[in-house]
Design a protein around this ligand. Structure first.
Ligand code: NAP
Length: 252
């Protein structure tokens, strides 16, 4: 099960963190993976590490905030590899500030990266998937779209909209052979959360609130991505899977 040989997977935001772990896992299952981030040098280093493990890999540097650049890069991937079977639309951006002083410009930038760009890139890739009659689209949502948290108003609004979009896309793309799902990670130890790793108060809170009493690892998310990317998950669509050690579903 879950053999991805012969398939092409694009993973945005995969030079490190959750995206890198997911690209590695998809590659180890046989997919040809396309790594994305903003820096070609960083992507080259990540690709070299995957190649050493026997993964077939290409890089596609682009900034998700630049939709024209993203679409041109996707077209180049299609020209070179012939198709895209799996999209893990994972790159995301954050701005933390209290709601009452949150600048509207920042709100619009975060919505643009975490929602508009996801919609535009995903839709462009879905057009190709619909032509081939097969596709797997997976977005990275967040448990902060399920449970409110201070200081991240734009991020929360965008991720909650993504959760809704998954259900709407599932309704519209099922006939084309495309499944659309999202992963909602809990607290995962990556660069994005580096400021919290050593924070004693936060770690005490995490111990009390997360039933599994630990941080998630990028590989914990990657295994759920492999499931949603596989042919065998064909009857699963329109779902948001929280991968969070129980945080969003238990009262602790
Ligand atoms: N970590 C958590 O606890 C957690 C929880 C819930 C949701 N998430 C979500 O999970 C996703 C991945 O986060 P992570 O924790 O793995 O973060 P991370 O370790 O900081 O990695 C972010 C990745 O995205 C790339 N990236 C950043 N901005 C980009 C842009 N504008 N265009 C293209 N690529 C960009 C980065 O590469 P470059 O910097 O080289 O461009 C990097 O590869 C995000 O959507 C995040 O919101 C994370």
């Amino acid at each position: 099960m879950f053999d991805l040989s012969g398939q092409v997977a694009l993973v945005t935001g995969s030079s490190r963190g959750i995206g890198y772990a997911a690209a590695r896992a998809l590659g180890l299952q046989g997919a040809t993976v396309v790594l994305n981030g903003r820096s070609a040098n960083t992507l080259d280093a990540a690709a070299a590490a995957l190649q050493e493990e026997g993964v077939k890999v290409q890089i596609a540097p682009f900034d998700i905030l630049d939709i024209d650049q993203s679409i041109a890069a996707v077209d180049a991937v299609r020209d070179s590899l012939g198709k895209i079977d799996i999209l893990f639309s994972n790159a995301g951006i954050q701005h933390r500030e209290p709601l009452l002083s949150f600048p509207q410009q920042e709100f619009e930038r975060i919505i643009s990266g975490n929602l508009t760009a996801q919609w535009a890139l995903g839709r462009h890739i879905a057009v190709g998937m619909a032509k081939q009659g097969y596709g797997r689209i997976i977005f990275t949502g967040s448990i902060t779209a399920i449970r409110g948290k201070p200081q991240i108003t734009a991020y929360t609004a965008a991720k909650a909209a993504l959760h809704g979009m998954v259900r709407q896309w599932a309704a519209e793309l099922s006939e084309a052979g495309i499944t659309v799902n999202a992963i909602a990670p809990g607290y995962v130890a990556t660069e994005l959360t580096r400021n919290l790793w050593g924070d004693e108060a936060f770690n005490t809170w995490l111990q009390e609130r997360v039933p599994q009493k630990k941080w998630g690892e990028p590989d914990d998310i990657a295994s759920a991505v492999v499931f949603m990317a596989a042919r065998e998950s064909r009857f699963v669509t329109g779902q948001v899977l929280a991968v969070d050690g129980g945080l969003s579903s238990c009262m602790m």
